[in-house]
Design a protein around this ligand. Structure first.
Ligand SMILES: [Zn+2]
Length: 82
């Protein structure tokens, strides 16, 4: 399920109305929800939300995870000793 919901973090936070709590706050996340019935990446909805709402939704979708969506791996390095 969670691969159908993608969290992206804005480079610069923007002051707008949060899609989830309806308050004007600094928006941190853009959350894209894809069609679960399709294997193609068909977008069903997009949410722009504040850090509190985004962190809470991430925790609900990934119970027991301490990982913060802000800490997604940006780049992977492969080390070789050849
Ligand atoms: Zn919010």
């Amino acid at each position: 399920m969670t691969d159908k919901i993608k969290f992206d973090v804005y480079k610069q936070e923007r002051l707008q109305k949060c899609s989830m709590c309806d308050r004007v706050k600094q928006l941190t996340y853009k959350i894209t929800i894809y069609d679960n019935a399709s294997t193609d990446n068909i977008i069903m909805s997009e949410l722009q939300c504040c850090k509190v709402c985004g962190d809470n939704l991430y925790e609900i979708l990934n119970p027991g995870s301490n990982r913060n969506p802000n800490e997604f791996v940006k780049k992977t390095f492969v080390f070789s000793n050849k």
